[in-house]
Ligand binder design. Structure first.
Ligand code: HEM
Ligand code: HEM
Length: 136
C-alpha cells in the first residue's frame, strides 16, 4: 500500500473521531449549532471523501489492471486535501466567532479553493488511470 493511501485512510479515521466530538458538543449545546458546517465537512470531506480517496487509489487501478497514472500527484493531493480542509474549517470557525473580521471569509474561501484543487487532482488522476490505453 502506498504511503499516501495509508495516510488518507488514517486521517479519515482521525476526522471521524473529531467530527463525532463536534456532533456531541452540538447536541449538548445547541447554541454551538453554528459549528454544523465544521462537523458536516469534517465528516463529508474528512471521513467520507478521504476514505474514498484512499480506498479508490488502492483499488481502482487494480480493478482496471492499470497502474495509477501518477502516485506523486496522489501524494500532493493528500497534502492539499488536508491543508485545504483544516484551513477552511479553522478560518470558518474564527470568522463565525469574529464576524467583523472580513479577512476570515476570504481565507475560508481560499482554503476551500485549495480543497477543490485537490479534488480536481483526484478527478484527473483517476480518470487518466481508468481510461488509459491498455498496453499491447
Ligand atoms: C457521534 C456521531 C454524530 C453526532 C452526535 C452528530 C450530530 C449532529 C448534529 C447535532 C447535527 C446538527 C443537526 C441540526 O442541524 O439540528 C449534525 C448534522 C450533520 N451531520 Fe452529524 N453527527 C454524527 C455523525 C455524523 C456522521 C458519521 C456523518 C457523515 C458521515 C454526519 C453528517 C452530518 C451532516 C452532513 C450534517 C448536516 C445536515 C444538515 O445540514 O441538515 N454526522 N450532526
Ligand atoms: C471544495 C469542497 C467543498 C466546499 C468549499 C464546500 C462548501 C460548502 C458550503 C459553503 C456550504 C454551505 C454552508 C452553510 O450553509 O453555512 C456547504 C454545505 C454542505 N456541503 Fe459542502 N463543500 C465542499 C465539499 C463537500 C463535499 C465533498 C460534500 C459531500 C461529500 C459536501 C456536503 C455538504 C453538505 C451535506 C452541506 C449541507 C450541510 C451544512 O450546511 O453544513 N460538501 N458546503
Amino acid at each position: 500500500m502506498d504511503r499516501f493511501v495509508k495516510n488518507f485512510i488514517g486521517m479519515s479515521i482521525v476526522y471521524l473521531f473529531i467530527a463525532s466530538i463536534f456532533g456531541i458538543v452540538m447536541l449538548a449545546h445547541p447554541s454551538l449549532l453554528t459549528m454544523k458546517f465544521v462537523h458536516s465537512h469534517l465528516n463529508m470531506l474528512g471521513w467520507v471523501s478521504m476514505m474514498i480517496f484512499g480506498v479508490g487509489y488502492h483499488i481502482l487501478p487494480r480493478f482496471t489492471g492499470k497502474p495509477l497514472k501518477s502516485p506523486k500527484m496522489g501524494e500532493i493531493q493528500f497534502w492539499l486535501a488536508n491543508i485545504g480542509l483544516i484551513g477552511m474549517l479553522l478560518f470558518y470557525t474564527l470568522g463565525s466567532f469574529n464576524p467583523e473580521v472580513s479577512m476570515y471569509k476570504g481565507l475560508t474561501a481560499a482554503f476551500g479553493l485549495i480543497e477543490a484543487v485537490s479534488i480536481f487532482l483526484f478527478f484527473y488522476n483517476m480518470l487518466a488511470t481508468i481510461y488509459a490505453k491498455s498496453e499491447a
